[in-house]
Ligand binder design. Structure first.
Ligand SMILES: Cc1cc2nc3c(=O)[nH]c(=O)nc-3n(C[C@H](O)[C@H](O)[C@H](O)COP(=O)(O)OP(=O)(O)OC[C@H]3O[C@@H](n4cnc5c(N)ncnc54)[C@H](O)[C@@H]3O)c2cc1C
Length: 273
């Protein structure tokens, strides 16, 4: 089945990149589950974010060692010569409130995967007043109005986008969701008016990025008839297995931006995107 870009996707391809940049300050942080830190950012620069599609990608930028504030990229993601190396990673707009009593607010859910990642370490210890840079957002889930049903598959890193997407799917829309989590304590309350079949797939002791439990759950699923909108995100090798299965064994339409490696396990080969 051919995959065509929706009008929203075509519009997004034509806009400046990054669309906007700014600084955001931690307003509050709380442990949503044992493995996820929910951080709400505030700051006047956040008013520049558009609110188009759910679960948009936002790039967060950490200052270089010795610097207090991150340097922001200009059009084309360029930096002035001599800008020191900074840490940046892509995250998801879990929620955006343009005009609340505290001004514009951005919510990001950080998966805590230990001290070996700077973002994970930072999120674990984040306190009100800490400042990050942001650039974006970029849209990556386009609701297809002519899809008969929707399939959303992800691990904990894909869950913020899945949760945000579910909140905006039309009432009664047939939707299948598979979410890989460490164990039952990582389940989150998800709200949706869609006609939802949700499976929490637990690793139960296997390490993140090495378990094949998500792919096995998708392989075992019986899928509805008709044309679906498919979206998959998680560890790169796991995503590749699921994409190949859905494309080749099930014949489902999956474009390049619909099955995305969100992070890479250190043992995943370099040639896996
Ligand atoms: C479009 C997009 C949206 C994303 N949205 C989110 C989001 O909303 N929330 C979120 O938490 N993540 C999200 N991610 C994933 C996040 O960017 C990566 O997990 C990132 O690598 C974390 O950076 P770090 O500095 O903590 O670790 P890095 O310096 O990148 O990596 C250090 C080590 O940690 C390992 N590692 C990285 N991530 C994980 C993980 N999740 N579990 C176990 N080990 C890991 C790596 O294999 C590496 O060995 C998103 C990624 C993309 C591409």
């Amino acid at each position: 089945m051919a995959v065509s870009l929706s009008p929203a996707a075509l519009r997004a391809k034509e806009r400046p990149s990054p669309l906007t940049t700014g600084h955001a300050t931690v307003l509050r942080a709380r442990r949503l589950t044992p493995g996820v830190q929910r951080i709400v950012f505030s700051g006047a620069d956040l008013a520049r974010l558009p609110d188009e599609e759910p679960g948009e990608i936002i790039t967060l930028i950490w200052p270089a060692d010795d610097a207090e504030r991150p340097v922001l990229p200009t059009e084309g993601w360029r930096y002035a010569p001599g800008t020191p190396d900074q840490h940046w990673r892509n995250y998801t707009v879990r929620d955006y409130v343009p005009d609340g009593p505290d001004g514009p607010l951005l919510t990001v859910d950080f998966v805590l995967h230990g001290d070996h990642g700077r973002c994970s370490r930072w999120a674990t210890h984040a306190r009100p007043g800490m400042v990050l840079g942001f650039a974006g957002p970029r849209i990556h889930f386009y609701a297809e109005s002519d899809a008969d049903w929707t399939l959303l598959v992800g691990d904990e890193t894909g869950l913020p986008s899945i949760a945000a997407t579910l909140e905006r799917l039309p009432a009664g829309h047939p939707t299948l969701v598979f979410v890989e989590i460490a164990d039952a304590a990582e389940r989150q309350e998800l709200s949706s008016e869609a006609d939802l079949v949700l499976e929490w797939v637990t690793r139960d002791g296997e390490s993140a990025g090495r378990s094949r439990c998500l792919e096995e759950a998708v392989r075992a699923a019986s899928l509805p008839q008709g044309t679906p909108k498919v979206w998959v995100a998680g560890e790169s090798l796991a995503v590749r297995g699921i994409r190949e299965h859905l494309k080749h064994d099930r014949g489902l339409p999956i474009g390049p931006s619909q099955a995305i490696g969100y992070w890479k396990h250190r043992l995943t080969p370099d040639d896996v995107e």
